[in-house]
Design a protein around this ligand. Structure first.
Ligand code: IMP
Length: 428
């Protein structure tokens, strides 16, 4: 039995979707543990590329059970759209989907609030959120006003929860000139969506433990990245959940001792969408080149991503706080043709070397770089580590030694086959 966790080691968009898709082949169950439709990954359904935001990639693999865990916040409209796409492709005939009855529901006022918060005049710090209502939904959860998926089927509780939560937000919405959703309208809009997802709603903790008892292979899928973790990231420019591996334990009801391998995924350079500190950001020709060659535009919002050099100090920190045992390096091909490649190996702060990882001072640090030689040969056809040019091998080895984890996979292009698989974490 093996439980493998996947965690983004940067600011999200590390290429987790592709790695989850590859590893899902070996997994009986794929569980997503946090976030909502702020994430996005591309799946090919019926030969057509489609972006999914909630359902893990494993749903297209035969016999895989995909779970939306209780740490998630779920926009039912988006979930139903994804179900319809999958049903159209017959995907749900051979795999199964389970939605936790304890996951929280994103409600119309969450979307309104998320938009208001991003307005610079609102008095809140705009963080460049995806405006999908994620932050406000988690706020209602922690404020004990939230609506859980299972509550959709308890009419009295549904109405009383909506009454309470809308009464709570009414003064703030009215003060900003925003319309307050009507309870009857919300109930009416939720009813068909709740009915559509009902066959999938279940106790996912029991499902997970049945899989553990039966020694099934289990894959844990994180969304966003470690530097966006609400406790460990560049607060307040973070998402609203724990994206680190420990978050999976709390959010799924999985004991920490059950996780066998943790794969930290990092792009061969760094990107970030939204606001907040980014020490290795390049606002020059090289940054633009990374964005163009790497097609660095958000899959959820379409926003251009900020691009910069690999930050080994940040990835090492991310690997440590998640207990990573392996490193997967994605998008190595994007660096082909750069004569020299810089890697940030640490920071200077207030004129001296920064102690530890100065997460609260990342906006003030000066990166310390090492320069590595680049390569000019195309690498998108490399299928083994030895197929890579010497300098590309040297680059991956340098990243892995700086981060402190052996490499298990290198991705050299968007397709499934454009992968150098070095160690399979499921066959320990
Ligand atoms: P929220 O998660 O929509 O509240 O956004 C909070 C911050 O996290 C913003 O800077 C977003 O751009 C960022 N963010 C949220 N989801 C993702 C993701 O999947 N990839 C990259 N950044 C994300």
């Amino acid at each position: 039995m093996t439980v493998v966790g996947i965690v983004g080691a940067q600011w999200g968009d590390e290429g987790k979707g592709k790695v989850v898709d590859l590893y899902a082949e070996f997994a009986d169950m794929v569980l997503r543990f946090q976030g909502g439709n702020n994430a996005g990954h591309t799946l090919v359904v019926d030969g057509k590329k489609t972006i999914f935001h909630l359902i893990p990639s494993g749903v297209l693999r035969h016999g895989t059970t995909c779970v939306l865990g209780q740490g998630m916040v779920i926009d039912l409209r988006v979930l139903v759209e994804e179900l319809d796409k999958l049903a159209g492709a017959g995907a749900l005939d051979h795999s199964s989907l389970a939605v936790s009855d304890l996951a929280h529901v994103i409600l119309p006022h969450h979307l309104v609030l998320d938009g208001l918060r991003e307005d610079k005049r609102s008095g809140s710090i705009p963080v460049g959120s995806t405006r999908r209502g994620i932050g406000p939904a988690y706020e209602d959860k922690v404020g004990r006003r939230g609506l859980r998926v299972g509550d959709l089927y308890r009419p009295e509780l549904l109405r009383s929860t909506l009454t309470e939560v809308l009464a709570y937000w009414r003064p703030m919405l009215e003060a900003r000139g925003a319309a307050v959703p009507r309870i009857d309208d919300v109930v009416t809009a939720l009813a068909p969506l709740a009915a559509r997802i009902r066959p999938f709603v279940t106790d996912t903790v029991a499902l997970l433990h049945a899989a553990l008892d039966a020694s099934r292979a289990i894959l844990l899928e994180g969304a966003q990245g470690s530097m966006l973790d609400v406790d460990h990231g560049t607060y307040p420019f973070v998402t609203s959940s724990n994206t680190v591996m420990g978050g999976a334990c709390a959010a799924l009801g999985l004991g920490p001792t059950r996780i066998d391998e943790v794969v930290a995924i990092a792009k061969a350079y760094t990107t970030r969408v939204g606001d907040g500190p980014f020490p290795t950001e390049l606002e020059d020709e090289v940054g633009r080149r990374l964005r163009d060659v790497g097609a660095e535009f958000g899959s959820t919002t379409g926003r251009p991503r900020r691009c910069g050099w690999f930050d080994a100090a940040a990835v090492r920190y991310a690997a440590r706080i998640s207990g990573a045992t392996r490193l997967a390096v994605t998008k190595l091909d994007v660096l082909t043709g750069l004569p020299q490649i810089k890697v940030c190996v640490g920071y200077r702060l207030d004129g001296g070397p920064a102690a530890g990882f100065p997460v609260s001072d990342l906006g003030r640090v000066e990166p310390v770089y090492e320069e590595l030689p680049g390569w000019s040969e195309p690498i998108d056809r490399a299928r083994s580590f030895d197929d890579l040019p010497r300098n590309a091998r040297g680059y991956v080895e340098a990243l892995s030694s700086l981060v402190g984890c052996p490499p298990c996979l290198v991705s050299v292009g968007p397709d499934r086959e454009q992968t150098i698989a070095m160690t399979n974490p499921f066959s320990r």
